[in-house]
Design a protein around this ligand. Structure first.
Ligand code: FAD
Ligand code: N01
Length: 533
């Protein structure tokens, strides 16, 4: 500990990504004292940590950005349709400077413990450096912020360089003349593989499960599109909340089941060229109906077959589960990369990694390598919260309460954890939405709730156990009506062996938005104020 005096704030925010930064601004505007505690040495969250080659958003930047300030959204100009990580990081830094937020962030302070003391209705928060006390604790710790590092046999013996996409070094990496291996073929790998393949002498891609990916057809910002959007930015942003996945540019209500197959194919061709992630929303029944989904999946498999010259490699790269069951990827030249002579695909389903030695990965063969890249994903949605020793009422630990699966009311509040809010928590659209409007929606909701509590002289808010239980039943009932639940994915915790298997995102931004409004209009129905034991 640097300083043993306990620092006092009205609110503590954990995390300085898009969510934490906006939350600080909102609480300051409410007149509260607040501080962000951030384990990194700078702001940015996702966009600070994930600096691998090719990292960029796959929701158009015109809508993967803040909407709370008209001057900001009018004055900021994105250079590309889908901006790359350095530009997104520059943007979040610009926002922090523009709204004078930097002095409210304590860097290199990882929160290890947060304890609610019932007699005082206060949270005590500990970091590696300091102790704090506060009334409100807001976890803006991210859904994809805890790297998953599998325990490969012998990994510790590897003497070459080990890189992980989610903790990529700030210095530029050069793979020229190197034999490189990458494990994983999710979005991070799919974005980075084409660029690494351009440099590496040999690139070995170790794939356990193939992924569907749609070409981004990224390019410089179309000035006409930008002008149009900016001429009606507030209305455009409202469309985010009317689309099931929160993406304004992705709205089609036609059904494959009711459409002419030739017309469907022609539309798919168009969407393959232009839509990116919007390919999935091209027809409203792709997420809902297995037959419609199979039509879309077949289209993509045929594209892979058409692009990848070696039929065996093409077959290995072709997924056999529902399209969208794992998070859909968006790429620039991913499948084309496998036509390069220096790129080799290894099928881990057939030949799992038996050992990593000082200079090789051993699977069907011994692959001698200089660099090993782990693109193995995250302990998603709950990892950042269960990593912290959080104790609520009666000393109940969050980790224990969530042992059989995370439960939360609206993804905002958790029973037994008073005055604790999560931004884009489990049970909210979060990762199955455009996260920028979802983050702003949550931060606005939390701020309004705190304001309401102050005005109505309420000291403590918490979710009722029944509201939370009912909410998670609804989350699962909705998910069961879709194609999302029967594929192994990080949406349901299947990527982490020790984790409870539970589907966590709420599917459907418009319904969710209505529910949030309904809860507020009924004086925060489902929440308890000033609970007496
Ligand atoms: P984060 O950006 O994850 O920030 C959380 C912060 O909390 C981090 O800085 C972390 O260091 C800090 N933290 C965590 N635990 C602690 C602790 N115990 N103590 C102190 N600090 C802590 N979403 C989209 O909608 N569209 C996209 O195109 C898109 N692209 C993505 C690309 C990549 C490579 C990744 C990994 C994710 C992407 N996402 C995308 C999801 C992305 O995570 C969100 O869009 C958004 O950036 C999340 O912001 P956040 O502030 O909620 O969380
Ligand atoms: O992680 P992932 P990611 N042995 O979990 C494999 C967002 N994002 O970092 O599928 C062998 O998707 C694993 O295999 P399997 C986006 O939401 C967005 O790529 O479990 N392999 C999988 O192939 C995304 O979904 C963008 O069989 C192992 C891979 O590692 C999320 O972040 C870009 C393994 C992990 O894929 C996560 O993406 C990047 C093991 N033991 C990220 N363990 C955009 O484009 C894991 N794997 C916007």
């Amino acid at each position: 500990m640097n300083d043993q005096t306990i620092k006092e704030f009205d609110a503590i925010i954990v995390g300085a990504g898009f969510a934490g930064i906006y939350q600080l601004l909102k609480l300051r505007r409410l007149g509260l004292s607040a501080v962000i505690l951030e384990k990194a040495d700078q702001i940015g969250g996702t966009w600070h940590w994930n600096r691998y080659p090719g990292a960029r958003c796959d929701i158009p930047s015109l809508e993967y950005s803040y909407q709370f300030d008209e001057d900001l959204q009018q004055e900021w100009n994105w250079s590309e349709k889908y901006s790359a990580q350095p530009e997104i990081l520059e943007y979040i830094n610009h926002v922090a400077d523009r709204f004078e937020l930097r002095d409210g962030i304590n860097f290199e302070e990882e929160v290890s413990k947060a304890t609610f003391i019932e007699s005082e209705s206060k949270w005590y928060v500990e970091t590696s450096k300091n102790k704090y006390e506060t009334r409100f604790c807001i976890f803006a710790t991210g859904c994809l912020s805890v790297p998953n590092k599998p325990n490969f046999n012998g990994l510790e013996n590897f003497e070459g360089e080990i890189l992980q996409t989610s903790t990529w070094p700030q210095e530029e990496q050069n793979f020229s003349g190197k034999k490189v291996a990458i494990i994983g073929t999710g979005s991070s790998a799919i974005q980075s593989i084409p660029l690494i393949a351009e440099q590496a002498e040999e690139l070995y891609v170790f794939q356990r499960t193939p992924n569907y990916s749609i070409p981004s057809n990224n390019g410089p910002m179309d000035k006409e599109v930008e002008k149009q959007v900016k001429s009606r930015y507030p209305e455009f942003r409202k469309e985010n909340y009317l689309n099931g996945f929160g993406i304004a540019a992705m709205s089609d209500e036609a059904l494959i089941s009711e459409s002419d197959p030739e017309e469907v194919n022609a539309n798919f061709e168009e969407n393959w060229k232009n839509a990116g992630l919007g390919f999935f929303g091209g027809y409203a029944d792709i997420p809902l109906d297995v037959d419609a989904n199979a039509v879309a999946a077949n289209f993509v498999r045929n594209k892979i077959k058409g692009i990848v010259k070696d039929p065996h490699t093409a077959a290995l790269l072709s997924p056999d589960y529902h399209i969208g069951g794992k998070r859909l990827c968006v790429d620039t030249g991913y499948f084309e990369t496998f036509n390069k002579e220096n790129v080799h695909l290894i099928n881990l389903k057939e030949n799992p990694i038996s050992e990593i030695t000082s200079n090789s990965i051993n699977s069907d063969e011994v692959y001698e390598i200089d660099t090993l890249i782990l693109a193995t994903g995250f302990d998603a949605m709950t990892g950042a919260l269960t990593n912290i020793d959080i104790s609520g009422r009666d000393n109940i630990k969050l980790k224990d309460q969530w042992k059989e699966g995370a439960k939360s009311y609206l993804g905002l509040g958790i029973s037994n954890f008073p005055n604790l809010f999560t931004v884009t928590g489990p049970g909210s659209p979060s990762v199955l939405s455009n996260m920028m409007p979802s983050i702003e929606q949550h931060v606005n909701w939390i701020t309004d709730c705190i304001d309401w509590m102050i005005k109505n002289e309420k000291k403590v808010i918490e979710s009722s156990a029944t509201a939370e239980e009912d909410w998670m039943v609804l989350v699962n009932e909705i998910a069961d009506m879709t194609i999302f639940t029967d594929t192994k994915s990080w949406y349901n915790g299947s990527n982490i062996e020790s984790k409870a298997k539970a589907f966590l995102p709420f599917i459907g931004v418009p319904v969710y938005t209505e529910k949030l409004e309904e809860v507020v209009s009924e004086n925060y129905k489902g929440f308890i104020f000033d609970r007496v034991n």
